[in-house]
Write a protein that binds this ligand. Sequence first.
Ligand SMILES: Cc1cc2nc3c(=O)[nH]c(=O)nc-3n(C[C@H](O)[C@H](O)[C@H](O)COP(=O)(O)OP(=O)(O)OC[C@H]3O[C@@H](n4cnc5c(N)ncnc54)[C@H](O)[C@@H]3O)c2cc1C
Length: 704
Amino acid sequence: MAEHQLPHVVIVGGGFGGLAVARALRKAPVRITVVDRSNHNLFQPLLYQVATATLAPGDIAAPIRHLLRKQRNVTVAMAEVTGVDVANRRVLVNYLGQPDTPFEYDYLILATGASHSYFGHNEFEPFAPGLKTLADAESVRAKVLKAFETAEIEEDPSKHQDLLTFVLVGAGPTGVEMAGALAELRRFTLKSDFRRIDPLRARIILAEALPRILANFPEELSRKAQARLESVGVELRLGKPVTAIDEAHVVIGDETIPCRTVIWTAGVTPSPAGKWLNAPTDKAGRVRVQPDCSVPGHAEVFVIGDTASLDQDGKPLPGVAQVAMQEGRYVGKVIENRETRRPAPQPFRYFDKGNMAVIGRGFAILDSRFAKLSGLPAWLAWAFIHILFLPAFGNRLRVWTQAIWSYFTRQKSSQLIVEPRSGQTPAPPGAQLSEKRSDGYQGLNMARNAGLLLLLLAGSLSLFPISLHAQSSNPGQPFEVSTMTESAAVTSANSAPASESPSATEKGWVVGIGSINAFYHSGATIATSGQTIPGATANVSNNYSLMFDVRRYIARDLSLTLMAGVPPKPTITGEGSVASLGELGKVRYGPAILTAEYHLPKLRAFRPYVGAGTAYAIILKEHDAAVSQLGVRNNWGTVLEAGAEHQLSRNMALFVDVKEVWLAVDAHGSLYGVAPVTAHVNLNPTIVSVGIRFHPSLGIFDRH
Ligand SMILES: Cc1cc2nc3c(=O)[nH]c(=O)nc-3n(C[C@H](O)[C@H](O)[C@H](O)COP(=O)(O)OP(=O)(O)OC[C@H]3O[C@@H](n4cnc5c(N)ncnc54)[C@H](O)[C@@H]3O)c2cc1C
């Protein structure tokens, strides 16, 4: 069939849902047009990081056109949809300045998302901007940074507190994450940047009408998150609604708080798709869809994501990215099956993979069917998963670098106030996305990248781009079906049991959680100035670790895996030790293991594989003050890094994995301390890791 005769699928919205439909239809005999009013796909879960100056806009967004460039059956159009003529199967588009230009469709998917809702108080909007788009995030960032700038030059100190009071309305995940990030900005990032004000004096107030924060998380996790917020100095106002906001005040219950910066992090309202279709909606205005996501009476029109309302087990599905993505993939399948005359799939069922919220550096909560975690383990999982699901490889690499940089330096790299000066016209929205960093900023990035090369090498190896399509998007070319299947974490997370090896034509990702490893350290000796001290020994307690891993199949049966572990807490004690060495104290390390694994194809039933890899341990010292430095040597005696708090160790390992039970025998690593006199603690451990690996298709950032 000639390309122009193929059924035309129009997808409105290139967000989480729309992109998932387009990708799911990559091999279907259809022509696809993705229409979006913005040119980029935005990773909204990290918007708050742009608003708090951690990330730049381009780090969390990628042009839709670029993301779909290799999919030949897709054309992307940047235009705003204004309505739908369902009877004539036409979507109305504001096209090249012509309003309501009709575009014909055979299938229509509305994935137009949501925007923020002021719950009937639209008068709050000018004083309390919300966070939904990149432009919103940039304007919030400018507002926050300008508050500090204004306070610095304000001569009247009595005005400083009002200028430095930030109120966030709504303690859902966005409000909580934003409050945590602001607390960090105030406490660490800006701490030495000002001369006349003390950024630590800034107040961060989080207001919530409900009696607790993060109402969609279990109470226990919500309590832990609350304790964490309080420990970083965030003030909470719970159980009281915000009743008034103007340019100088916020009223919460009966308390009036003088304040110049209010940020709205409550409520969302769906796009007007329900009005366009004249279809039944729920109370919030989301279109009530059938179990196959189609609109009642119109089997060819589908609504998905934040703008759709579908119940499962008597409850409406939440407005989260995973729902939008899963619905998108499902609708793609429905259409493909219809066009290839295959039976319709079972009604849509959402697989809830869990919710997460992060509060500053090193703390998150995770609520999933597999585990309820808080603290660093949850944060590691959060960081890992969020980076993995960013739209493009460039985003992943930049955010990965930035995350490591910020973790160790507590610096935020995007503290720029970018605003037109009076008389200048504002930059067009597209310009914000292509914002190039200044030379200084690029220099900073280069230095940062060079310094982190080692970690990046390890990380980037397992973060190859998801897209594996071989052809470019060119609507003029005849349609060809790609021979390669895109797998990606996205798909593995969706369907096939992730622990299965891919088929011959597939390459892709497997995300795993829950490899519980026992590490056994066989003993240690203490030496001073290279001489072993008679009678001086050190013991390392056994410990265990919970690992997360991402496996990337680079060819059939050959994969690269990066595993990162939750720090166990071995305790090292010295006996008969040198006085100056004292007790070595606690060492915390989280192993990161990079391996190449070969899966023995003939024994697939048992899934054994062998691999060789390199293990890295990140060591945080909490040792006796007398020991001025603590480092790690690898098994060849080379000092990889010394004198810093965070150290790397490298070991070769052999892995054998039979039916998810794996055994790794690690070679030596040694830990040494440099005291006023040079002293070494040689651990020479044999590390035997025994564990169980699950690959239960761990989801991303679902929450609410
Ligand atoms: C600050 C913030 C943080 C969040 N954090 C999380 C999180 O941690 N985890 C999680 O799971 N979810 C999170 N969410 C929710 C998640 O982002 C949404 O559920 C998800 O984006 C919904 O996907 P969607 O495809 O329905 O809409 P979107 O991804 O919003 O995409 C809608 C697209 O439609 C386009 N569009 C809209 N109207 C038109 C029109 N008239 N014409 C043309 N194009 C149009 C928009 O430009 C946009 O590209 C967060 C949301 C926000 C705002």
